[in-house]
Design a protein around this ligand. Structure first.
Ligand SMILES: Nc1nc2c(ncn2[C@@H]2O[C@H](COP(=O)(O)OP(=O)(O)OP(=O)(O)O)[C@@H](O)[C@H]2O)c(=O)[nH]1
Ligand SMILES: [Mg+2]
Length: 444
């Protein structure tokens, strides 16, 4: 518990119908009592009271307000919380806050209410993160993910894994510490291996869904690649349905990267049109080509454009080799002209005939799109920690297969366990010890 009582304006600082000034801490009630026309101490918790805020120094009435009262531990932060609903002017809201500060409160740091809620055990770390994500949500999907997170969906996902791991680790440790104890089954590598594999499978599945969720949230970095004049900028414009990039019949028109974002049915693409890749002595073009190749490294989807009206040449072949094995779509452009060959899908960028490409992209991301709806893990921190837990589990599995002693393998189980606990913001060994001493009745 903290000794100081914090205060802050909880609503956006702009003109509106109402503003909320929130206080949390031991003295929240006392501080507001110094400003409020009524005595909150005599009221029941979870009640709202009408009255006036007065400046204690001048005695003047400042605003007509509604004050909500919450008592520890049944409040957002787990402490006494008082919320003053004032009229929504910027001046008046600031004035009431400054009166609260003058009466003994300290200005809260950003996120401090949520931090106290976490430190007081009202919410776990994933719920605190979800509060932040809800505030930042910019789509239905992001908001839905956040609201489930606030209600503890990440805990419900991770906790069963933690429990099974605790059980396993405790069992191994009891075997090691009390080899003579007969009531507890003596574990062997063969018995433990399937359990470890089962845990690995569950973690992998969680990560697979999270990856889909991440792709859906962030969009896909998509690079349009091809030699000069094949129609890359025309394709960008067709996808964006606007004339964003300059198109001319001159080879080497695009010298720098041109970007745009398009939302298709199943995925959002962050498109990058690049300088046509070929050998050139032109200094500006050369820099553009270097940028194109750099973008290629980071690309998550590559659209390779070929000019169907010209024979496939060595430059095209070089690009095909360069992108071998990547997530790419081959496109033969200028299908309106007599075709010399066809590779991949036929389109005409100039005439906006790109349906086959759009269909293919939607098809490719269909699964991610559907899976994303089941995603629970919201952010990179959580995903990184599940990955860490999985890496340790992989290590453990490898050791089990090599028949390494369980007292060594268990170190990897513990690492895996700690990573999962960290997701929830808990790092103590306490529940491991609890499990050891309570689940196994050792009579000691
Ligand atoms: N007939 C036909 N011409 C096209 C098509 N797509 C693009 N073009 C033409 O091809 C020429 C080059 O198009 P751009 O889109 O500038 O090609 P680019 O690949 O961006 O070229 P650089 O930026 O120079 O690398 C222009 O004259 C376009 O009008 C198409 O589908 N059919
Ligand atoms: Mg171009």
């Amino acid at each position: 518990m903290w000794n100081d009582t914090i205060a802050a304006i909880s609503t956006a600082l702009s003109e509106g119908a109402v503003s909320i000034i929130r206080l949390s801490g031991k003295e929240a009630v006392e501080i507001v009592n110094r400003l409020f026309s009524r005595n909150l101490s005599s009221f029941q918790p979870n009640t709202i009271h009408y009255g006036m805020i007065c400046d204690p120094r001048s005695g003047k009435e400042v605003d007509e307000v509604l004050v909500s009262l919450f008592k520890a531990p049944h409040s957002f932060t787990g402490e006494d919380v008082v919320e003053i609903n004032s009229h929504g002017g910027v001046f008046i809201t600031r004035k009431i806050l400054s009166l609260c500060l003058g009466a003994g409160a300290r200005l809260a740091r950003p996120g401090e209410f949520t931090q106290r809620a976490f430190l007081n055990g009202r919410i776990d770390l994933t719920q605190a993160e979800s509060v932040m994500e809800m505030i930042e949500a910019d789509s239905d999907q992001a908001a839905e993910l956040a609201v489930h997170g606030i209600k503890g969906s990440v805990r419900r996902l991770i906790e069963p894994l933690i429990e099974d791991l605790v059980e396993l680790i405790a069992h191994i440790e009891v075997n090691i510490d009390y080899p003579e104890y007969e009531d507890v089954e003596q574990l062997s590598q063969e018995v433990v291996l399937p359990q470890a594999e089962n845990l690995k499978k569950r973690m992998t599945e969680i990560l697979r869904k999270a990856e889909s969720g991440r792709i859906m949230k962030k969009g896909v970095k998509t690079v349009i690649l091809g030699k000069p004049n094949v129609g890359k900028s025309s394709l960008l414009n067709a996808l964006l349905e606007e004339d964003k990039a300059i198109v001319t019949e001159v080879a080497g028109t695009t010298r720098d990267l041109v970007e745009g974002t398009v939302r298709l049915e199943n995925v959002t693409l962050h498109l990058i049109d690049t300088a046509g890749i070929h050998d050139t002595e032109d200094r500006v073009e050369k820099i553009g080509i270097e940028k194109s190749l750099k973008m290629l490294e980071e690309a998550e989807l590559i659209l390779i454009l070929l000019d169907g009206s010209q024979p496939l040449d060595e430059q095209d072949q070089a690009l095909l080799r360069l992108t071998e094995g990547r997530n790419r779509i081959l496109l033969t452009n200028k299908q309106d002209l007599p075709l010399q060959f066809q590779q991949g899908l036929l389109i005409s960028a100039m005439n906006q005939q790109i349906e086959p490409l759009i269909e293919e992209i939607n098809r490719r991301y269909q699964l991610h799109h559907d899976t994303a709806a089941q995603t629970v893990l919201g952010n990179d921190r959580q995903i990184g920690l599940v990955q860490k837990a999985l890496d340790s589990m992989d290590q453990a599995i490898q050791e089990l297969q090599e028949n390494i002693e369980l007292d060594l393998v268990t170190i990897d189980f513990q690492n895996s366990y700690h990573a999962l606990k960290e997701i929830l913001g808990e790092t103590s060994r306490e529940d491991l010890l609890d499990a050891m001493f309570s689940r196994f009745c050792l009579g000691k």
